[in-house]
Write a protein that binds this ligand. Structure first.
Ligand SMILES: Nc1ncnc2c1ncn2[C@@H]1O[C@H](COP(=O)(O)OP(=O)(O)OP(=O)(O)O)[C@@H](O)[C@H]1O
Ligand SMILES: O=P(O)(O)OC[C@H]1O[C@H](OP(=O)(O)OP(=O)(O)O)[C@H](O)[C@@H]1O
Length: 229
């Protein structure tokens, strides 16, 4: 059998991952048509490549269906409770840098910190009769962070994309999302709370702690990790 390596199936994350492996003598390439999720590995025997959604790689690693996988720290920590018992970081890949943050409308002059947000949330509820809404796809990380900060009077609204648009669309008052250049936040008239950094993320190579291996696969994994170190 083979060592299974899961990498993101599209976009910048896929391209940069291919470049990172190529620089270490392992060629990953898509085969077949543009739309076919078939792929091949060169430079080492006994490794098979699986093109997957970045968001699904944490679950595949945790279930032991892949031995190695590339995805962001944010997705690992969001999708896997007790993630460090299920996966272990092998290498930080130095791309895909993004900060998970809490942002509010730039026009909220009196709200710059989590304490301010807490006060604004109480006032919002008194005025509107429902809780201040925070749009995000990072439910676990946001809840944990706000619990630690003592902010309780809010409701999470699920947003799987275009999250910065929810404030303008009036489906949320604040957001928690990743930012890289900050352009999307600026374009949508949002500002980051001064103490609103939840997590710093980057693309990382992870090893499954649960995947089974026979002796041959163990040797292949060791040889692969040696090349990648
Ligand atoms: N603008 C960005 N700059 C840097 N990294 C980013 C940016 N957007 C997303 N990322 C990172 O890329 C990874 C994948 O993000 P995301 O879940 O948005 O992927 P996607 O492209 O929607 O893929 P999929 O829907 O297939 O899971 C995450 O770890 C995230 O932190
Ligand atoms: O700070 P910036 O450089 O502007 O990047 C941040 C944006 O990038 C990601 O969105 P993506 O393009 O993945 O689309 P999405 O909204 O569908 O997640 C993220 O969700 C932000 O919206």
């Amino acid at each position: 059998m083979t060592i299974k390596l899961g990498v993101p199936s599209k976009g910048r994350l896929m391209e940069k991952t291919f470049e990172w492996f190529a620089a270490r003598g392992i060629t990953l390439q898509r085969t077949g048509s543009d739309r076919e999720y078939a792929a091949a590995v060169g430079g080492i025997d006994g490794v098979s490549l699986m093109l997957l959604s970045a968001g699904e790689i944490p679950r595949e690693l945790a279930a032991g269906r892949i031995h190695l996988g590339v995805t962001g720290t944010d997705l690992i920590e969001e999708k896997l409770a007790l993630w460090d018992q299920l996966v272990a970081p092998v290498e930080e890949l130095a791309f895909g840098h993004a900060d998970l943050i809490i942002a509010v409308p730039a026009a909220w002059r009196d709200v710059d910190t989590l304490d301010d947000l807490d006060a604004a949330a109480a006032a919002f509820r008194a005025q509107h009769g429902f809780r201040l809404r925070i749009a995000t796809k990072y439910h676990r990380l946001v809840r944990e962070f706000l619990r630690g900060a003592g902010v309780a009077d809010y409701a999470l609204v699920d947003s799987q994309g275009a999250t910065e648009g929810t404030v303008k669309n009036e489906t949320a008052e604040a957001i928690a999302d990743i930012t890289s250049s900050g352009e999307t936040l600026r374009a949508n008239h949002l500002k980051i709370l001064s103490d609103g950094l939840i997590l710093k993320s980057q693309a990382t190579l992870w090893r499954s702690r649960t995947a089974d291996m026979d002796d041959e696969e163990r040797l292949t994994l060791a040889a692969l990790l040696q090349k990648l170190a």
